[in-house]
Design a binder for this molecule. Structure first.
Ligand SMILES: Nc1ncnc2c1ncn2[C@@H]1O[C@H](COP(=O)(O)OP(=O)(O)OP(=O)(O)O)[C@@H](O)[C@H]1O
Length: 631
């Protein structure tokens, strides 16, 4: 095919030829992006060549961005309803434009996936041409890219609005995007994304380091305390963090972080209400707040820039697992066994911490400096599992990567392979796995020469493997090979240390750092509930409670999701790695939180919305959606 790398003029002419003379001249940010793409030599008539991440790389990306995803969840949940209603998707990417999550309309998600708009694919401008995510990253501001404004022709089916999420030092943390079909006018998309990003950036600034002061500003005093207010955080007279509204109101740029900047605007920096002036000399309403109560237990996280910590965003790192003495003993035994080359099977209901246990064993064993590779056998499609596990030679099948693939078993070389949900491995593959374990070598798909492998093995399952063997659903020889030693993790409802667990897990949320606390009756209800989703469900509920609370709030029974307050069985959430059910569970938590907020504020929608950090219209819409669903 003839290459169609060209200038924006010729691209516009080509678009007018294809879609009619009515194609308007795009706005300056799009023209600038077209220039950049042309300069990179991208051919607009082709399909961009993008290699999606492998499942292992994707898992690592999720781990790196776990805190970002958690921070953005309330807003993503709220946007999810809009996206579904308008037939679109809400998308979260990491700081480099790698798509982490897409939520919304299923049929549009399928069409978007055909042009590679799906998790695991990087949408940077240099790879995917002009697009809202990649272009917003370069322009560092909100960008809308509609239909034929996309550089690559196949992307013309999309209409996207994206905005960077900035940390307190101005560093990009990720991108939030609303994408819909180009044929439907998405007039409100950019506004909705902007409001959501305001709320996220505002919440990030809640975690003020001990000893710092916070200046909150707005031209309209009624908007103080909302995500639209300007915020600047001071250590002495030095600004160590801000949001974009705060800087804009004072006419400052991000280079003001680290500088002494407020004196010249007339602030006397005494706690309480302030009389300030903006860059044009117009009055501003402000309030200076003294240092908040120091966090209860949490150590101060790493700084994004000297002086300002961004809890859970700049330094997410895995947190130490909470292990009771009985589990610690089991762990010590498991470590000795895997070091002796003997596999271990971990059994337990969903969310009891089987993977946490396997990761702890890896961290404690002599292989800790080598990879930990986790494979969820239930999540891999049967057609892919063989190639994913054993790798494949170049050209082994249609759609295979050009250079072949190593496979997960070989990626675990020297380290530990964790085969989760081993009970879901198809029978046809069990014999291949057995051979690999016995011979200590793998034969890639399409290959003729086996490759030696060396890894420790931990398998996990929520099923009764011995029963499956009796029923003929699991090979007996594989069972005896992988299960010489079995560890059983107790369900949460049977653990006597539940009150301590609630306190430990709460201490790991952002709640304590924002002076949010649980009342004794709330703590007791959380410890008394049945939690069919076990530690995962309890941890997720605590994180949601912390995310929805106002700084300084004491959470009581009315803050809890329905059922938990009554000590009843809370519905079991499905495993976290399956995105749709996860969204459903958080949706339920959000609905409960909204009902609780409305009740707590006597049905006053404005105050309830403000206490949740969402807009009145979102609260109305979500309540109406829920009523409609019930009718
Ligand atoms: N020991 C622990 N300490 C702290 N948190 C834990 C612990 N165990 C589990 N959790 C919490 O529960 C979540 C789920 O744990 P994990 O993935 O290990 O469960 P699982 O039993 O492997 O679940 P599944 O069978 O559904 O894959 C973790 O992400 C963490 O939030």
């Amino acid at each position: 095919m003839q290459s169609r790398v060209s200038t924006p003029r010729t691209l516009l002419a080509a678009r007018r030829q294809a879609f009619g003379p009515g194609v308007a001249e795009p706005p300056p940010p799009i023209l600038r992006s077209w220039e950049r793409c042309a300069a990179l030599g991208l051919d607009f008539g082709t399909r961009p060549r993008i290699e999606p991440l492998s499942s292992v790389e994707m898992r690592a990306a999720f781990d790196r961005n776990e805190a970002l995803r958690r921070r953005c969840r309330p807003e993503i949940e709220a946007l999810h309803a809009d996206a579904r209603a308008t037939g679109g998707l809400v998308i979260l990417t990491d700081a480099g434009g790698l798509i982490l999550d897409t939520l919304g309309n299923d049929s549009f998600a399928g069409r978007a996936a055909q042009v590679a708009l799906r998790p695991g694919v990087p949408w940077s401008e240099s790879l995917t041409g002009t697009n809202a995510i990649g272009t917003a990253l370069i322009e560092r501001r909100a960008v809308e890219v509609r239909g034929a404004e996309h550089y690559f022709e196949p992307h013309r089916i999309l209409s996207c609005a994206a905005m960077p999420i900035l940390g307190p030092d101005g560093a990009v943390l990720g991108i939030l995007d609303l994408t819909g079909p180009a044929g439907i006018h998405q007039g409100h998309a950019l506004g909705l994304v902007g409001l959501a990003v305001d709320a996220i950036e505002h919440r990030v600034l809640d975690a003020v380091p001990a000893g710092c002061e916070v200046l909150r500003l707005h031209r309209d005093p009624a908007l103080l305390g909302t995500p639209r207010e300007g915020v600047l955080v001071f250590e002495g007279r030095r600004i160590i963090g801000a949001n974009r509204h705060g800087l804009a109101l004072l006419g400052l740029g991000w280079d003001a972080i680290g500088a002494e900047a407020v004196g010249r605007h007339g602030a006397d920096l005494a706690p309480g209400p302030l009389a300030l002036r903006d860059a044009q000399g117009d009055p501003l309403y402000g309030r200076l707040q003294g240092p908040p109560a120091p966090p209860r237990r949490r150590p101060a996280p790493e700084s994004a820039r000297p002086g300002f910590p961004v809890p859970g965003l700049s330094a997410p790192g895995p947190e130490a697992p909470i292990l009771d003495p009985a589990t610690q003993k089991l762990l010590a035994r498991a470590v000795r066994l895997i070091e002796a080359g003997i596999p271990v099977v971990v059994e337990g209901e969903t969310g009891t911490g089987k993977e946490v246990f396997a990761r702890s064993a890896h961290a404690a064993c002599a292989r800790s400096q080598k990879p930990f590779v986790a494979v969820n056998c239930a999540a891999l499609p049967e057609t892919l599992i063989e190639a994913e596990l054993f790798g494949y030679e170049p050209g082994a099948f249609t759609g295979a990567a050009r250079h072949g693939a190593k496979g997960l078993l070989r990626q675990a070389e020297g380290g530990l392979l964790f085969l989760d949900e081993i009970g879901d491995m198809p029978l046809s593959l069990q014999s291949r796995l057995l051979r690999a374990l016995q011979e200590r070598e793998v034969l890639p798909v399409g290959g003729t020469r086996p490759v030696p492998v060396d890894f420790a093995l931990i398998c996990a399952t929520h099923r009764d493997l011995s029963r499956m063997v009796e029923a003929g659903a699991f090979r007996a020889d594989l069972y005896y090979r992988i299960a010489p030693y079995r560890v059983r993790l107790a369900p949460l409802r049977d653990r006597p240390d539940r009150p301590a667990l609630v306190r430990e897990l709460w201490a790991r949320t952002d709640g304590p750092a924002r002076a949010v606390s649980l009342s004794p009756s709330c703590e007791a209800a959380l410890a008394g509930a049945t939690w069919p989703g076990n530690l995962r469900q309890l941890a997720a509920c605590l994180k949601a409670l912390a995310a929805l609370a106002e700084p300084g709030e004491v959470l009581d029974l009315d803050a809890l999701p329905e059922g938990v307050a009554a000590g009843a069985v809370a519905p079991a959430p499905p495993p976290m790695r399956r995105p749709e059910p996860e969204a459903g569970r958080l949706d339920a938590i959000a609905q409960d939180a909204m009902r609780a907020a409305l009740a707590a504020h006597g049905g006053n929608v404005s105050r309830a919305a403000r206490s949740l950090g969402i807009s009145r219209s979102t609260l109305y819409r979500r309540c109406l959606t829920e009523q409609a669903a019930r009718a």
